[in-house]
Design a protein around this ligand. Structure first.
Ligand SMILES: [Cu+2]
Length: 309
């Protein structure tokens, strides 16, 4: 598996052709490594660029080290017993021992304590993930077969973006396209219009779908949630200031034929740059409410709609 930063300095992923052995590695780790271009080393979860992603990483490592400790103790005791009490050393099996209440109490209590130790921080983080209060920017995210729509609210109200697979990836993926996917930067992980958000800002996504169940997933944000038709799910993240750049993810629910062709790209900018981008978007393309205020027949739209801008 080869994942390197591209020369655009913004977390572009370049694929280098793997050998036959490395191809297996791709199958096992490739997806996670590609999607977490910025902070994944390709073998572990990405620590990410949000408080939640670091919390999740911390939980994951805590559970990992508990597992390592248990493995060392259990396998250590097993190996010691096998070597020390082998028949060639004159060991004789104890055929009288049927059970020991003391040992049963101990091997029930210790795992229970370990579970509680793991559950308390996990519950705290779950509660924090659900707390979408005081968000500063809300964006309605709608999944479609097979693209995403981002409708901004709050200060960026009126901006409405459809985000679809980048054209070079789309051409290369066609059967008999003759294009080597390894020559396409960010193959299947690039879009025409990324989601643009400000850093250091609590961003809340309101997720829904127009057809089947999709899932919005950006590993570096520690963010993944289903987009279900008829429901609105919430998700929030605050990307650390100073961690501006491009972050990539994918639809994480098997949503049909082209499920693998609806990637997610998030362009994180400083609040000032974001504000500039919002102004540009509004200047280039009148927001739907603004457009509605100047219909062809000259009627004016509802004042409530116009004030949304
Ligand atoms: Cu999908």
């Amino acid at each position: 598996m080869r994942v390197t930063r591209g020369d655009d300095g913004r977390g572009a992923v370049r694929l280098r052709k793997p050998g036959p052995a490395a191809a297996l590695g791709w199958a096992a780790f490739g997806l996670a490594a590609q999607a977490g271009a910025n902070t994944s080393n390709g073998y572990n979860l990405p620590p990410g660029v949000t408080e939640i992603s670091r919390d999740i990483y911390g939980l994951h490592m805590e559970a990992f080290w508990i597992c390592v400790g248990i493995a060392v103790l259990v396998f250590g005791a097993m190996i010691y017993s096998l070597v020390k009490f082998r028949r060639s050393q004159g060991a004789v099996a104890d055929t009288t021992l049927s059970h020991s209440t003391q040992v049963e109490i101990v091997w029930t209590l210790i795992p229970a304590v370990i579970l509680v130790v793991m559950a308390i921080p996990a519950a705290k983080i779950i509660l924090k993930m659900e707390d979408t209060r005081n968000s500063e920017l809300s964006i309605r995210v709608t999944g479609y077969q097979w693209k995403w729509e981002y409708q901004y609210m709050d200060a960026a109200a009126g901006i409405d973006i459809f985000s679809t697979l980048a054209r070079d990836s789309n051409f290369a993926r066609q059967l008999h396209s003759g294009i080597d996917p390894y020559t396409v930067p960010n193959y299947l992980l690039n879009v025409d219009h990324p989601l643009v958000i400000p850093s250091g800002t609590k961003v809340r996504l309101l997720l829904t779908s127009q057809d089947v169940i999709h899932a919005w997933w950006v590993p570096d944000f520690g963010a993944k949630r289903s987009a279900v038709p008829g429901y609105v799910n919430e998700l929030w993240f605050t990307v650390d200031s100073g961690k501006e750049g491009i972050y990539r993810g994918q639809c994480a629910a098997l949503c049909g034929r082209d499920h693998g062709f609806m990637p997610i790209v998030v362009d994180v900018r400083t609040p000032d740059e974001f504000k500039k981008w919002v102004d540009e978007q509004k200047a280039v393309k009148p927001a739907p409410a603004a457009a509605a205020s100047q219909p062809a027949d000259g009627r004016t739209a509802l004042s409530g709609q116009a004030s949304a801008n």
